[in-house]
Design a protein around this ligand. Sequence first.
Ligand code: N2P
Length: 358
Amino acid sequence: MRLLLAFMLMAVPAMAQQRVVNVYNWSDYIDPYAVARFERETGIKLLYDVYDSLEILEGKLLAGKSGYDVVVPTSEPSFSKLVRSGALLPLDRAKLPNAAGLDAALMQQVATSDPGNAHGVIYLWGTIGLGVNEARLRAVAPDAPRDSWDLLFKPEWARKAARCGITMMDSAIDVIPTVLKYLGKSPDSADAGDLALVEKTLKAIRPAIRSFASGGAIETMAAGETCVVLSYSGDVIQAAARAEEAGKGVKLRYIAPQEGAQLWFDMLAIPKDAPHPAEALEFINFILRPDVMAGITNQVRYPNAIPATAKDIAPDIAGDPGVYPPAEQRARFFTIGPVPPEAARARSRLWARFKGNG
Ligand code: N2P
């Protein structure tokens, strides 16, 4: 008994010392094996929480005191906004030796959002485009364009595709720049006339949209319940892989339309008021290890920014142009810049009116 008590007394301080890290990431965006390895190798308990849109992430972070240690905002507009408002901790590079393996050109590209790359490192990147269930679409709209945003934004095609189901991601931040670009405007436009045109375009296809997806789109697509989806590249490609595994004949394809697909970078960053900044750095450094990062790309089908992972990427993923776009496709990608706060508010009001109009 006395011995048992002694053990219990010893156990209490040991338990109190349990190190933890609170990670807030996009849904379907990690390798479960990486999580297990991190906990096993470091003894740090990983508390993991997910979001589906930049609106949700911004809502939590701009208010402060989120309790998160690691977050994954997109370089524009969310990460740059957090950098400018002082909401992120400068990264202690001495604690991130694996950051030396990051692709210098890609890091240079995100330095426009974060001078000197002081507050973030690239996690994964991708584009915004269309997911198509070719067989079902052919049945209802055989002559609809396949490589153009017209498939979704022209009411005559959207009406036809609606018969097999259209799903759109639920995010003003991520969808409106695409519509602006499609209309030949600057994706960063704050002009009221441009936004009125966006609203007109979206409202014209509103009756054709079956659902706005937050997170669930991968399952819906994989099950073949919808046949045109506006989504993130890797989410469509993950859905295609799941559909193939299910073996029910659902075939999905990712398209980065010719008028331009938005290229984005998601950044690993630490909120200024993170309760466990040391553990956050350990987690980020672990994620940047080439073997760990290769596992993540293989699992979620988004490319990373660590060139040394190349040899460990599964051939079907390395050879998929939706994951690793060839140069001629990249030439048609566009990036976005910051949007002034008033214009950002106007965009989110536009989105609410658009969705409410169903
Ligand atoms: C993961 C989606 C992440 C991409 N499901 C958004 N930048």
